[in-house]
Design a protein around this ligand. Structure first.
Ligand code: NAD
Length: 495
């Protein structure tokens, strides 16, 4: 096996040679990624079933189809995204030609003299989206296809060389990504590196031009500290506790259906799942039978035998969740079977804010209901904690939903539903504060993996005009320059 240093050297060389820059090359990589998803759809579904007991429905919808959709969008939009973005130039005047004169507005600097300025129609000012170079993408285990390949789409579209580090915990999926994916991509520009924390430690000693990390806030801090040594820019897609406020003015069954679906989807192992519900004691009484009804309809009387409910990824996570089941009082579910890493869809009530289930991200099929006396109390509760990745508010009153939106902060927000906001590639997906920094999906991915280079191309002639910026400085030159700057909000290419 090639040593890590050699792999990184090989990829760096390919980038330096400019191999990944042409649009055709990028499109070929994206098409390769699309073919990989098509050819291995079945194997990926089987791997996801082995890793997480994920149903074929959830695998297709939340892993394969989403990744394929991002590939298709990038292929359709690539040339538009890559285009230089023209920006406003200073001192532009329609009629004035090269070397013309401007009459700046009066104002602060007194009456306007005729100002001999170079008209900038001949200049070209634009933002060039250029690839960073060698990027590292690190993925978690809970959506091991989606969270590995969707960032990869952005990195390839933006023309980077990529080292991909899938999670070692979702082993079956990791194996397909390592063995098959490289066959579909140019191996001089792309590599999969395997391993857990110790291999990641070695990887992070190297210098990358960009790091895109999805995982826990704890490891996010390790990645950020390592990136800081090389001043490497990063995106951190992290987790946390996502609140879900349920107003009294709601249909409890509709709320219960939506909340139960997105809490127990992927067995609760979803970074944007609602972590806890805040509602009045009266709404809690109405929600409990509605949640029981939704769970029974979704997973049957014996959820353990349902093909639609997954399993906990590992024994370590199973044990952690067993500890959380001891918080508050079990109102629904609570059963578990360690031999299968099974935990029933569970609802807890009478939970105290100081208990572990409210202190850490749950990341499992457990939903605590906490009671509050008012909307204000719910908002205070939310704002006293770390900024979440997602925040949900349910109410028939749009005013209530808008109040929650206006008075809180989170990576994303969805009124009257679950994580549907993240299914729109037209919305940026990412956290804020403790839930991360940066964003991706759709064009946001392309922009994340592109350096926005500020470019101004000027004429080599017309040197005379520049004399007003050169020493010896005089009050007259200063006045002219200040006038020019005043004219266009301080942007002045004479300086
Ligand atoms: P994790 O942070 O434990 O692991 C993520 C990646 O980091 C893995 O590839 C792993 O190999 C590596 N890693 C683990 N420990 C490390 C260490 N000590 N040093 C260096 N690298 C290390 O996260 P996880 O358990 O795989 O995933 C669950 C977490 O990810 C949850 O907090 C969840 O909310 C979050 N998450 C966030 C998003 C998002 O889009 N914001 C999506 C999915 C999961």
């Amino acid at each position: 096996m090639e040593a890590l240093e050699d792999t990184l050297r090989r990829l760096r060389e390919a980038f330096r040679e400019g191999r990944t820059r042409p649009a055709e090359f990028r499109a070929a990589q994206l098409r390769g990624l699309g073919r990989f998803l098509q050819d291995h759809k079945q194997r990926l579904q089987e791997a996801l079933a082995q890793d997480l007991h994920k149903s074929a429905f959830e695998s297709l919808v939340s892993e394969v189809a989403i990744s394929q959709g991002e590939v298709d969008l990038a292929l359709r939009s690539l040339r538009t995204w890559m285009k230089d973005e023209p920006v406003a130039r200073n001192l532009v005047r329609g009629q004035e030609g090269w070397g013309g004169c401007l009459r700046p507005l009066g104002g602060l600097h007194g009456p306007s003299p005729r100002l001999p300025l170079q008209a900038t129609q001949m200049d070209s000012a634009f933002i060039r989206k250029e690839p960073f170079g060698l990027v590292l993408i690190v993925a978690p285990w809970n959506y091991p296809v989606n969270l590995t390949l969707v960032p990869l789409v952005g990195a390839l579209a933006a023309g980077n060389c990529v080292v991909l580090k899938p999670s070692e915990i979702s082993r079956s999926t990791e194996k397909i990504l390592a063995e098959e994916l490289p066959r579909y991509l140019d191996q001089s520009c792309f590599a999969v590196v395997l391993g857990g924390p110790s291999e990641m430690g070695q990887l992070l000693e190297h210098r990358f031009d960009y790091i895109f990390f999805t995982g826990s806030p704890h490891v996010g801090k390790i990645v950020m500290a390592a990136a800081a040594k090389h001043l490497t820019p990063i995106t951190l897609e992290l987790g946390g506790k996502n609140p879900c406020y349920v107003d009294d003015n709601c249909d409890p069954q509709t709320v219960a259906n939506r909340v139960a679906w997105f809490r127990y989807f992927n067995t609760g192992q979803t970074c944007v799942a609602p972590d806890y519900v805040l509602c009045s004691p009266e709404m809690q009484e109405r929600l409990l039978p509605a949640l029981q009804s939704a769970i029974t309809r979704f997973y049957g009387d014996d959820p353990k035998s349902s093909p639609n409910l997954g399993r906990i990824i590992s024994h370590k996570h199973f044990q952690r969740l067993q500890g959380l089941l001891r918080c508050g009082r079990v109102a629904i579910g609570g059963q578990s079977d360690e031999s299968e890493r099974y935990i029933a869809p569970t609802v807890l009530v009478d939970v105290q804010a100081a208990e572990p289930v409210m202190q850490e991200e749950i990341f499992g099929p457990i939903l605590p209901l906490l009671t509050v006396r008012s909307l204000d109390e719910a908002i205070d509760f939310i704002n006293q904690r770390e900024k979440p990745l997602a925040l949900y508010a349910f109410s028939n009153s749009s005013q209530v939903v808008r109040q929650v939106l206006a008075r809180t902060s989170s990576g994303g927000f969805c009124g009257n539903d679950g994580f549907m906001h993240m299914t729109l590639a037209s919305l940026p997906f990412g956290g804020v504060g403790n839930s991360g920094m940066g964003r991706y999906h759709g064009k946001f991915s392309f922009d994340t993996f592109s350096h926005q280079r500020a470019c101004l191309l000027r004429s080599p002639g017309m040197e005379k005009i520049n004399h007003i910026r050169y020493p010896p400085y005089t009050p007259g030159k200063l006045r002219l320059l200040l006038l020019a700057m005043d004219e266009r909000c301080c942007s002045c290419t004479l300086l």
